[in-house]
Design a protein around this ligand. Structure first.
Ligand code: SF4
Ligand code: SF4
Ligand code: SF4
Length: 446
């Protein structure tokens, strides 16, 4: 662990040369960052701002004009969701630190209007499936009901997440919704596995800790809202990056680290159930959405199925999902490694696919943003901006190349370092062929 102020050279080395042990403690290098996280007033202000924005959005969508020009659509799908997708790559799950959805629940708990029960252990076992199903439903509904063009549908979606977060806050202490059920939290957590930042404890400092205040709380301060505590954070899947435990820990253990963006993917090797289903589903949904919006054959199929959007889209989505599940299974077999005594079961083809999956999502969202930016500015009399289709194509191509490079890099590190000697060159070439095939599908359909 680096304890001095990092130089530009150190930063570049961490970002571009994979080395499992190398990362930079940003609190050592930029002490103002630690102060920002310790002064909770900044977080309270940012959360209040997002509370106000989302309240306006929900009312505007419910009671404003029900046409595709209602700015709620562009602000929700174009600005907000695209910014979150972009933020995955840089700050991981930090959106959750400012998210407005747990706000009402927090107020109710503050005034003791909550049963404040402890969430049962069985939630840990089954919540991943439930949250993944919620997430699948949102993506499905977005495509089938054309939510991106429905102010009412968009507001109802935001309201349903707000209702879920509030309902669970009435029963359980902390943010049970965020830990167990939130579909957005699951996708953000999965994407955060390839972010440049990680929030981690210094386990040397935690040794001998008697209070575990980061998890349990201290005096009038509540503990970790998602029942983790800094000492338990091993990956970016669950921690909200809220920094609340900084003010609880007396040993200065938690800190933010800059790391190689593929570090966590390589170390974890697809061990977590969340990614096992979310990644193939996300990739399937992207190709289905591209097919729905860009392929003329989709309209032919739709006519064949009695013009049912729900049936046609579900069949296309189901077919792509089976395709990606099989591809990931095949890739994992080619790695020859999917279980060991120390690590349990894992699926190395999942982390290989992650860079492509999340750049695919970024392309889809950026396209929407750039296509509708002109309309949005025009609505407020701010002039027109037209992005040429060629410009969009070039941007998509560049992003896809970044995702492709990331996937190849992870596969290479597995072949040459992590599973050294266990994967034949022939198998490695076959894995590369699978990656190229997926890249070609994205290039063709996007
Ligand atoms: S898990 Fe969901 S509701 Fe909770 S903070 Fe994150 S996005 Fe918001
Ligand atoms: S992070 Fe701090 S409070 Fe939590 S276990 Fe470590 S030393 Fe204790
Ligand atoms: S471990 Fe710390 S930063 Fe992570 S969610 Fe809990 S309190 Fe927030």
């Amino acid at each position: 662990m680096t304890k001095h102020r990092a130089s530009v050279k150190d930063i570049l080395r961490v970002l571009f040369v994979y080395d499992e042990g190398t990362r930079i403690n940003l609190f050592d290098s930029f002490p103002w960052l630690a102060s920002f996280f310790r002064k909770r007033i900044y977080f309270a202000l940012l959360r209040s701002f997002s509370d106000v924005v989302f309240t306006i959005l929900i009312f505007w969508g419910l009671f404003g004009p029900q046409d595709r020009y209602n700015p709620v659509l562009f602000i929700s799908w174009g600005i907000w969701w695209t910014s979150i997708v972009l933020s995955w790559f840089f700050v991981g799950r930090m959106w959750c630190a400012f998210c407005p959805f747990p706000g009402i629940g927090r107020i109710l708990q503050h005034f003791s209007l909550s049963l404040k029960k402890r969430p049962p252990r069985l939630l840990d076992r089954y919540c991943t499936y439930i949250a993944t199903l919620f997430f699948a439903f949102i993506i499905w509904a977005e495509a089938v009901f054309h939510l991106k063009y429905s102010p009412l549908g968009t507001s109802l979606l935001l309201l349903s997440i707000l209702t879920g977060a509030t309902f669970f806050a009435l029963i359980y202490k902390g943010q049970a919704w965020c830990r167990y059920f939130c579909p957005m939290g699951k996708i953000i957590g999965s994407a955060a596995t390839m972010s440049l930042l990680e929030f981690r404890p210094d386990l040397e400092k935690c040794r001998g800790c008697k209070t575990f205040a980061c998890k349990r709380g201290k005096d009038a301060l509540h503990g970790c809202p998602v029942y983790l505590g800094a000492f338990n954070v091993r990956n970016n899947l669950l921690c909200l990056d809220c920094g609340h435990c900084l003010i609880l820990c007396e040993n200065n253990s938690p800190a933010f680290y800059l790391r190689h963006p593929l570090r966590e993917l390589i170390i974890n090797k697809g061990r977590h159930l969340t990614c096992t289903y979310i990644i193939p589903f996300l990739m399937a949904s992207q190709l289905s959405r591209f097919v729905q919006e860009k392929c003329s054959c989709y309209q032919t199929w739709k006519a064949y199925f009695g013009h049912s959007e729900a049936l046609t889209f579900s069949l296309v989505l189901g077919a792509w999902f089976v395709f990606f599940m099989l591809l990931i299974r095949l890739g994992t077999r080619l790695f020859n490694f999917w279980e060991d005594e120390l690590f349990g079961r894992f699926s190395p083809m999942v982390p290989v696919m992650v860079p492509l999956a999340f750049t695919g999502e970024l392309i889809y969202r950026l396209e929407y943003f750039l296509r509708h930016l002109g309309e949005f500015l025009n609505y407020f009399g701010l002039g027109r901006v037209n992005i040429s289709p060629l410009g969009l194509k070039i941007l998509s191509l560049l992003l896809l190349l970044c995702g492709f490079a990331g996937s190849i890099y992870v596969a290479y590190i597995f072949y040459a370092k992590e599973f050294k000697g266990a994967v034949s060159f022939k198998n490695f070439l076959a894995i590369l062929v699978l990656i190229i095939m997926v890249e070609a599908l994205y290039l063709y359909y996007s």
